[in-house]
Design a protein around this ligand. Structure first.
Ligand code: ADP
Length: 683
C-alpha cells in the first residue's frame, strides 16, 4: 500500500542534530576508551537479522540499502550525546554512558519505534560493561548474544546481558488513577501489584536462576532500593549468594564485606536487621521455614541503599512478605530438584523397580523392568503384579507380599516370566511403603536378573566334580599300579613290571599336564604370560605334532596344507605349539576313527591365518559363544564320555590374544569343526 509506505518514510527523517555514524574501528576505539575511563558503558546493538538472506537472494546493493534504512531509523531516535556506530555487516549500535536501566529503556523505545515504522526486521540486545575485562569486543559480543536471545524469543522486546548474566528490563511503576484517598492507598496498591508480579515471576515455568533474576528486579521496585541480593543456605547452613542485582557500586569489596556482615547478623538473630554504623544502608531478612518442630534458616534477602537508614516498620513488613515468597519458591524448587534426582536415579537404576498399591496393582516402574520382562508401558500400567510371575509361582508371590506386610520387608529369590514366555531367575526384596502418618499405601519390589550368577553357580559345581574326577582317575591308576608292584615284589614278571611302571609314568604326566593347565589359566588371567616371539616355521611345528600324536588311539591322519606365503609366524614357539596341541588334541578326540585332521595356513594382511579342521560331530550354535570360556564343556554325550577340563580352548584364546591375534570357529553339527586363529607374520 503506497500511502502507508509514504507514511513510514515520513516517520523517520534523520534529526538535524543526530550524531554522525562512526565506522567499526573508530567506534570500537571509542567504546574502549569509555570503558577505560570507568564511565558506565552500555552498548545497544540493533541487528538487522534478515540482511544475510537479502544479500544472498537480492544482492549486495539491496542489502546496503536495507542497512542504510535501519541506520536512518535508529539515528532518528538517538540523542546527540549518544554515539552511533556500525558494527559488522549487519548491525547498527549505540554507545551510552548513562546507567544500564536508562540504556535499556532507550533500547526498548528505539526498538519499538523501528518495529512500528520500518519493515526492517530487527532484534535488539543491550550489554553493560560491569565486571567485563575484555574491552569493546567483549561488550559487543555480549550485546550480540543478547540480540540473538531476543530474536529467539520473537524480538518483541530487547534482551540485556552483563558479564554476570541476563538483566531484565527495568520495571515501570504501575500508576493508579488519581484517588481522593491520597498516596497511601496508591502505595499499598502498588505494593500488592508488585508482590503479585513477583510471585508470578518466581513461580513461572522456567529455570530457577532466571526466575530469581526477574524477581530481584521486582524487589528493587518494591523496596525502592538500587541493589538487592538473595542468599540460600547449603545443607550445612552456610549462606551462598544466588543472585546479586542492581547498582555495581554494591559489588565493590568494601560493600561486599558490609553485606556479608549483615547476612551473618540476620541468620544469627533470626529477624529482620538494619545495619548500624556501615557506610551504605542495609536491610536483611532471614528466609525461615519450620522443619518438624524447629525453625530453620533457608537463606537471607538483603537490600542495599546508598546511605545508612533508620529502621522502618513499613519496609520491614514488605521485606517479610518478599522473604516469604522467596522461601516458598526455594522450597518448591528444592523439592522439584529432589524429585528430579530421585526420578533419574530410579529410572537409571540397573535394578528393576516396580511400585504397586496394596491391591498389587502396578503404579510405577523403571525401564529396567521393561528390559528384563519385555513388557511395555501399555502392558504394565494398572495390571496385577503377578502378571510377571509364572502361573505356578503366584502362590509364592502372595506369601511374599504377606511377609512384607508383616515385617516391612521380605527378601526373595524366584523366577520372573517374560512377555515372550521365557523365564528369568531373579532376586530382590519387597518393601512396604508407608505415608508420613505410618499408614501403608503400597509396595516396592526391587529385583535383578541373576541368570549370570546362576550360571556361575552351575559352572562352579560342575568344575568341582570335573576336577575331582580328572584328578582322581590318574591318582587311582598310579596308586593301584604302585601297590601291585609293591605287593608282588620280585614275584612280578619283568615285562609286566615295566608295563605297570610306564602306566604310572603316563598317568603322572597326565596329572602334570592338568596342573600346568590350571597354572597357565591363572597366569593368563593375571596377564603374566609374556610371549618371547621369534620367527617360527609352521612346518616344523606340524612335524612335532605328527610325532606327538603318532600313537593316538584314533589313528587319524594329519594333512598339512600350508601356504608358501604363510609358512612362518612371529610368535613364541612353545606357546604356538601349545595352541596347536590343544586344537589338534581336541580334533583327534572328536574325529571318528581314521578320520582326517587338516592343518592349513594362508596370509591375512600383516597376519597369518591358521586353521585346524576335523570331521567330528561339530559344535552346536548355542555352545559356540561359550566355547572359549574356562571350564566350559559341551553337555552332550560325546563330550561327557571324553575326558577334559574345559581349559584347553581358554588357554588357546589367552595365548593367541597375548600375541595380538584372534581366535574363532566355524562348525555345523555333524559336519566337523574348523578352529581358526591369527598370529603376526613378522615382527
Ligand atoms: P576339554 O577338551 O579339556 O574339555 P576344551 O576347552 O579344549 O576343553 O574344549 C571345550 C569343549 O569344547 C570340549 O569339552 C568339547 O565339548 C568342545 N570341543 C572342543 N573342540 C571340539 C571339536 N574339535 N569338536 C567338537 N567339540 C569340541
Amino acid at each position: 500500500m503506497p500511502a502507508k509506505k509514504g507514511a513510514r518514510r515520513k516517520a523517520a527523517p534523520p534529526r538535524p542534530n543526530s550524531p554522525a555514524l562512526l565506522q567499526e574501528g573508530a567506534f570500537l576505539a571509542l567504546i574502549d576508551s569509555s570503558i577505560k575511563s570507568r564511565k558506565e558503558t552500555n552498548l545497544i546493538v540493533f541487528h538487522s537479522v534478515r540482511l544475510e538472506e537479502i544479500r544472498l537472494s537480492r544482492g549486495e546493493a539491496m542489502a546496503v540499502q536495507v542497512l542504510e534504512r535501519l541506520v536512518e531509523f535508529v539515528s532518528a531516535q538517538v540523542r546527540p550525546q549518544e554515539r552511533l556506530g556500525r558494527l559488522g555487516s549487519d548491525q547498527v549500535a549505540v554507545l551510552m554512558t548513562s546507567p544500564l536501566a536508562t540504556a535499556q529503556e532507550a533500547a526498548q523505545r528505539i526498538h519499538q519505534a523501528v518495529r512500528e515504522t520500518s519493515r526492517v526486521p530487527v532484534s535488539t540486545g543491550v550489554a553493560g560493561s560491569v565486571g567485563l575485562d575484555d574491552g569493546a569486543r567483549g561488550l559487543w559480543k555480549l550485546a550480540r548474544q543478547a540480540a540473538a536471545e531476543a530474536w529467539a524469543e520473537g524480538a518483541r522486546t530487547v534482551r540485556t546481558r552483563t558479564k554476570a548474566g541476563p538483566v531484565p528490563l527495568p520495571i515501570r511503576m504501575p500508576r493508579l488513577p488519581a484517588s481522593p484517598a491520597g498516596s497511601s492507598i496508591e502505595a499499598r496498591y502498588q505494593r500488592l501489584v508488585l508482590l503479585n508480579r513477583m510471585s508470578l515471576e518466581l513461580f513461572a515455568d522456567r529455570p530457577f536462576p532466571d526466575a530469581l533474576v526477574a524477581a530481584s528486579n521486582v524487589v528493587l521496585a518494591l523496596m525502592g532500593s538500587p541493589y538487592a541480593a538473595v542468599y540460600f543456605c547449603d545443607d550445612f547452613g552456610s549462606p551462598h549468594a544466588a543472585q546479586r542485582h542492581g547498582d555495581p557500586l554494591f559489588l565493590e569489596p568494601e560493600a561486599q564485606s558490609e553485606e556479608a556482615l549483615v547476612v551473618a547478623q540476620a541468620l544469627l538473630e533470626r529477624r529482620i536487621v538494619t545495619a548500624q554504623g556501615t557506610r551504605l544502608g542495609w536491610l536483611a531478612a532471614p528466609l525461615s521455614s519450620i522443619k518438624g518442630k524447629d525453625l530453620t534458616e533457608d537463606g537471607v534477602l538483603v537490600v542495599g541503599y546508598p546511605e545508612s537508614r533508620a529502621p522502618s516498620s513499613e519496609k520491614d513488613q514488605t521485606m517479610l512478605e518478599i522473604s516469604r515468597l522467596l522461601r516458598n519458591a526455594r522450597l518448591i524448587q528444592r523439592n522439584l530438584q529432589q524429585q528430579r534426582v530421585l526420578a533419574a536415579v530410579t529410572e537409571q537404576s540397573a535394578d528393576a523397580i516396580i511400585v504397586t498399591d496394596l491391591a498389587s496393582r502396578i503404579l510405577m516402574w523403571n525401564t529396567s523392568v521393561e528390559r528384563l520382562t519385555g513388557y511395555t508401558k501399555e502392558d504394565l500400567l494398572s495390571r496385577q503384579a503377578d502378571l510377571l510371575a509364572p502361573a505356578g509361582n503366584r502362590e509364592e508371590q502372595h506369601h511374599l507380599e504377606d511377609a512384607a506386610r508383616a515385617s516391612g520387608s521380605a527378601h526373595f529369590e524366584s523366577v520372573s516370566r517374560r512377555k515372550d514366555g521365557g523365564l528369568v531367575p531373579i532376586e530382590g526384596h519387597c518393601t512396604l511403603l508407608k505415608d508420613d502418618s505410618g499408614t501403608p499405601w503400597g509396595m516396592v519390589r526391587v529385583f535383578r536378573d541373576i541368570t549370570k550368577r546362576k550360571e556361575l553357580d552351575r559352572m562352579k559345581s560342575e568344575f568341582v566334580s570335573l576336577v575331582s574326577h580328572e584328578l582322581r582317575t590318574p591318582l587311582t591308576a598310579i596308586q593301584g599300579f604302585a601297590e601291585t608292584i609293591l605287593d608282588f615284589g620280585d614275584g612280578l614278571e619283568a615285562d609286566k613290571r615295566t608295563h605297570f611302571i610306564s602306566i604310572i609314568l603316563e598317568e603322572a604326566k597326565r596329572l602334570g599336564r592338568l596342573v600346568t593347565n590350571f597354572l597357565d589359566v591363572s597366569k593368563l588371567e593375571a596377564g603374566a604370560m609374556h610371549p618371547k616371539p621369534r620367527q617360527v616355521e609352521l612346518s616344523a611345528l606340524c612335524k612335532r605334532l605328527v610325532l606327538l600324536f603318532k600313537e593316538h588311539p584314533s589313528l587319524a591322519v594329519f594333512e598339512e596344507k600350508l601356504s608358501p606365503q604363510a609358512s612362518s609366524v612371529w610368535a613364541d614357539e612353545d606357546q604356538v605349539y601349545r595352541v596347536l596341541v590343544n586344537l589338534c588334541g581336541n580334533s583327534l578326540k572328536y574325529t571318528p576313527p581314521k578320520g582326517t585332521v587338516t592343518i592349513s595356513s594362508k596370509p591375512d594382511g600383516e597376519f597369518v591365518e591358521i586353521c585346524v579342521a576335523d570331521q567330528g560331530p561339530g559344535i552346536a550354535e548355542e555352545n559356540r559363544t561359550h566355547i572359549f570360556e574356562k571350564f566350559f564343556r559341551v553337555a552332550d554325550t560325546v563330550s561327557r564320555k571324553t575326558p577334559g577340563t574345559g581349559l584347553g580352548l581358554a588357554i588357546c584364546k589367552g595365548i593367541v590374544e597375548a600375541h595380538g591375534g584372534r581366535i574363532w570357529l566355524e562348525s555345523a553339527p555333524g559336519r566337523g569343526t574348523r578352529f581358526y586363529f591369527t598370529l603376526p607374520a613378522h615382527p
